[in-house]
Design a protein around this ligand. Structure first.
Ligand code: NAP
Length: 489
């Protein structure tokens, strides 16, 4: 598959630790497979505690020299990394599609999104400011410094193999921190290509390392127990986030968590229904439904329920399912068999409880990990498909009559990541956006992620924010100097 890359040297199958490619470990290798047909893509070295400890030690050594560079210089290195990502857009996109399965056009979009964080935080590096506060005596000044926290550990998911790394690494490096990344074991090749580009961009050895392996508990155990790691940044499921928070508590690490979601997509009766149908297609079927901010349940006001369902059925009939490398494909395979089984179980549960199948409903004729884009009507709030994170191409339509009912259903969840509202009435939008318990609200739009906006959730969807001017704060500590003995002026 290496031959699919314009620059085959971006195909890296060793761990990248302390500025070197590690081809072997004493623990052997694990096999990486393509989700389309389970063909072997690569054999990667299995790292465990020893290799992780080495990466952490060198990240600790590299921290001093890296933080002492001027912010401007760190920004320049990040700018070069960004440019290299743009120049190699097609190859990174190909790697994403090969190991994750999303259509190539979406993968290109992910590369643009991933690169945008590197550019943005390269610029933000020079905008980290301190503060000066008058003291409590006339001879005193209170000086506030904002300093890089130190060695950071990042654990990332497979669904956005490039962007979930750069959304963490770019602000960390911009702030002057160093980072050890453990990408999902299903998508290491993209992470390793990013490491190769970081090396070419002049990111010094030890500042950015990538661990490979599927001995996940060992790797994460060392990352969370090692006292040299001062910050843990995680994106993944709420279940694993809880475990990692408990582990990181032993050494009281600063933590940020981007966790699961159950986004309500609410369509009021005064909405532009074509815009709502276009929006929900984007919010649901991007990455085959495997997005944390994907529309999980679509709440539709009774008066427009049938009309919206009709518009969605029409649009779904035009969706092309297939191998993401083929032109025109819009929905790729799910990541693995377990994901197919989960989609099927949620559909079966809903049908058994009285939901109506409007389209799809079973594994796709293509076989493997493909599942048919599925639309379910007459779903009720209590069904599993409306309460659990689906992470598949299954769209449940739930009916409501009043705004209060919609908001009560939307908020009756442990999650609070994203929500979407469609209405033409600005007062109604304002009122309901204020009542929704979520970190992000899309209003009359189905795509809300970009580098300038703060991404993150409330409740059990997470802690902290990524992106925007706030994202760098997660990698900075506040130090205050109480400076006395100055002249009174
Ligand atoms: P996951 O199972 O939680 O895995 C995420 C990462 O955690 C992977 O690197 C995984 O490693 C690692 N991991 C798994 N079990 C672990 C354990 N017991 N101890 C330590 N680390 C462990 O999640 P996923 O299936 O990859 O991703 C889907 C989830 O991510 C969804 O819930 C989605 O909502 C969430 N997500 C959230 C955001 C956000 O910004 N809020 C963005 C994207 C995804 P292995 O790969 O080696 O198992």
């Amino acid at each position: 598959m290496k031959h699919l890359l314009k620059d085959p040297t971006l195909w890296r199958d060793g761990a990248y630790i302390a500025g070197e490619w590690l081809a072997e470990t004493p623990h052997g290798r694990y096999t990486l497979r393509n989700p389309v047909d389970q063909m072997v893509l690569a054999e990667l070295p299995r790292c465990r505690e020893t290799e992780v400890r080495h990466a952490i030690d060198t990240a600790h050594e590299a921290f001093g020299p890296w933080r002492r560079l001027t912010a401007k210089r760190r920004g320049e290195v990040l700018r070069r990394w960004y440019e290299l990502m743009v120049e190699n857009r097609e190859d990174i996109a190909t790697l994403i599609t090969l190991e994750e399965g999303k259509p190539l056009e979406e993968a290109r979009g992910e590369v643009d999104y991933a690169a945008s964080f590197v550019r943005w935080f390269g610029e933000e590096a020079t905008r980290v400011r301190g503060d000066l506060i008058p003291g409590v005596k006339d001879t005193q000044r209170i000086v506030i410094l904002r300093e890089p926290i130190g060695v950071c550990a990042a654990i990332t998911p497979w669904n956005f193999p490039a962007a979930m790394i750069t959304r963490k690494a770019a602000p960390a490096l911009a702030a002057g921190c160093t980072m050890v990344v453990k990408p999902a074991s299903q998508t290491p090749l993209t992470a390793l290509a990013l490491a190769e580009l970081a090396l070419r961009a002049g990111v010094p050895a030890g500042v950015f390392s990538v661990i490979t392996g599927n001995d996940t508990r060992d790797i994460a155990g060392e990352l969370t127990a090692n006292p040299l790691v001062r910050k843990l940044t995680f994106t993944g499921s709420t279940e694993v986030g809880r475990l990692l928070l408990a582990q990181a508590a032993q050494t009281v690490k600063k933590c940020s968590m981007e966790l699961g979601g159950n986004a309500p997509f609410i369509v009021f009766d005064d909405a532009d229904l074509d815009a709502a149908a276009d929006g929900v297609m984007l919010a649901k079927f991007r990455n085959g439904g495997q997005s944390c901010i994907g529309a999980n349940r679509v709440l539709v006001q009774s008066g427009v329920y049938d009309a919206l369902a009709e518009r969605i059925v029409e649009r779904m009939a035009r969706l092309k399912v297939g191998n993401g490398l083929e032109p025109g494909v819009q929905v790729g395979p799910l990541i693995d068999d377990a994901a197919v089984r989960k989609s099927q179980a949620l559909v079966d549960d809903a049908l058994a409880q009285g939901a109506r199948l409007l389209s799809g409903g079973k594994p796709h004729a293509l076989g493997g990990c493909f599942f048919e884009p599925t639309l379910l009507a007459d779903v009720t709030h209590g069904m599993r498909v409306a309460r659990e994170e689906i992470f598949g191409p299954v769209m449940p339509l739930v009916r409501f009559d009043t705004d209060d009912q919609a908001i009560a259903m939307a908020n009756d969840s442990e999650f609070g990541l994203a929500a979407y509202l469609f209405s033409r009435d600005a007062a109604r939008i304002w009122r309901n956006a204020a009542r929704i318990e979520s970190g992000m609200v899309g209003i009359n739009c189905g795509l809300i992620s970009n580098e300038v906006a703060p991404f993150g959730g409330v409740k059990q969807s997470g802690l902290g924010r990524e992106g925007s001017h706030l994202g760098i704060d997660e990698f900075l500590e506040v130090k205050y100097l109480c400076w006395d003995g100055l002249e009174s002026v």
